[in-house]
Ligand binder design. Structure first.
Ligand SMILES: NC(=O)c1ccc[n+]([C@@H]2O[C@H](COP(=O)([O-])OP(=O)(O)OC[C@H]3O[C@@H](n4cnc5c(N)ncnc54)[C@H](O)[C@@H]3O)[C@@H](O)[C@H]2O)c1
Length: 315
């Protein structure tokens, strides 16, 4: 593969495009919003500078990377010469299906079509395509240029050849592609995240712990153990006999209902969306937003670098 196309250059798309360009691919970019098209290169340039400063990239030529990123003025122009097309457009089934249907009319026979959807099974996205075997979900995590893992979720029609090519492609750009073997709603990591949020929101709501103490508690315990070893090995180290006993005692009292928790519904109805509205569990003053985001990105990079160093040392 030589040429990659990224459609939709918002929160996720710009970081995906940047990752491929850093890895040496020619990347063609398109967004339906002209302002986004006009600002994407500056956004990537800023990301790259921060990554260089934080040691997450070593000695890349910024100009070379940028010169490999071609912002196109039309969707067809962006897709037609490409080997791998990934969309990170609106999370809307009809919009995504319409895009893939247009796309397969203009791309070559061997081109692969990928979706960064957070929720739609690939089998639904690819239904109705002439060649559903070349369509696949590749689920990146925000910030896409920093977080190493990408979930790879084939649909019922995706060919094994396409899965193998995508796994190889993602390894080649320095990502950690994790292949899932069944399509389940939310894939794997969002399921885990929601299961944990259900319990965490409940503990805060019951007044057992404050939101900030919960953050501190998780960062200083589960997060370190999971980042270093992963939860299943942590279980092996702890001993499943002991964990089994704790599980048995606790599981009847864990929150298990299927509604959105009242505390979350209340925050949404009050417009407390988090950083985007200035208020979540924490307050985010408008004048400090850029610093807050940049400090968060730096912390992500510090941990990503640490993990990548420790993985390299293990090998
Ligand atoms: N934000 C996340 O944390 C996250 C994580 C994983 C996956 N995703 C998924 O990635 C996709 C994009 O999410 P995002 O957060 O980057 O959204 P976003 O709103 O930040 O960006 C979407 C971009 O796509 C453009 N767009 C929309 N429809 C288009 C079309 N038909 N053609 C061209 N451009 C179009 C918009 O102008 C916008 O710039 C969604 O499917 C989302 O579920 C998001």
């Amino acid at each position: 593969m030589q040429t990659i196309t990224v459609i939709g250059l918002g929160t996720m798309g710009h970081g995906i495009a940047q990752t491929f360009a850093v890895a040496g691919f020619d990347v063609r970019l398109f967004d339906e919003n002209e302002t986004v098209r006009d600002s994407v290169i500056a956004r990537v340039q800023q990301n790259l500078e921060v990554m260089l400063q934080n040691g997450l990239l070593e000695s890349i030529e910024l100009d070379d990377v940028i010169s490999r990123m071609i912002v196109c003025q039309g969707e067809q122009e962006a897709c037609e010469q490409s080997d791998f097309i990934i969309e990170a457009i609106a999370e809307d089934l009809d919009i995504k299906r319409a895009f893939f249907s247009r796309c397969e009319q203009v791309v070559g026979e061997s081109s692969i079509l990928a979706s960064n959807t957070s929720s739609f099974p690939n089998s639904r996205l690819a239904a109705g395509l002439n060649c559903p075997e070349r369509c696949i979900n590749t689920h990146w995590f925000n910030p896409a240029h920093v977080i190493p893992v990408v979930e790879i979720i084939p649909g019922e029609h995706t060919s094994e050849d396409v899965v193998a090519k995508v796994m190889e492609l993602f390894h080649s750009i320095g990502k950690q592609p994790i292949r899932l073997h069944k399509e389940v709603p939310g894939f794997v990591l969002n399921r885990i995240q929601v299961a944990m949020f259900r319990e965490m929101l409940d503990l805060v709501d019951q007044g057992v712990i404050s939101a900030s103490d919960l953050d501190q508690a998780v960062r200083g315990s589960l997060a370190i153990r999971w980042a270093a070893e992963g939860p299943m090995r942590v279980g092996d180290f702890g001993g499943w006999d002991v964990l089994g006993k704790v599980y048995e005692i606790l599981v009847p009292s864990l929150r298990s209902d299927t509604q959105v928790h009242d505390i979350l519904a209340g925050m949404i109805s009050r417009g407390e969306y988090g950083i985007k509205s200035g208020q979540g569990f924490y307050e985010y003053p408008q004048q400090e937003l850029l610093d807050i985001i940049s400090n968060k990105d730096k912390r992500f990079m510090t941990w990503a670098k640490l993990l990548s160093d420790s993985t390299t040392n293990d090998e």
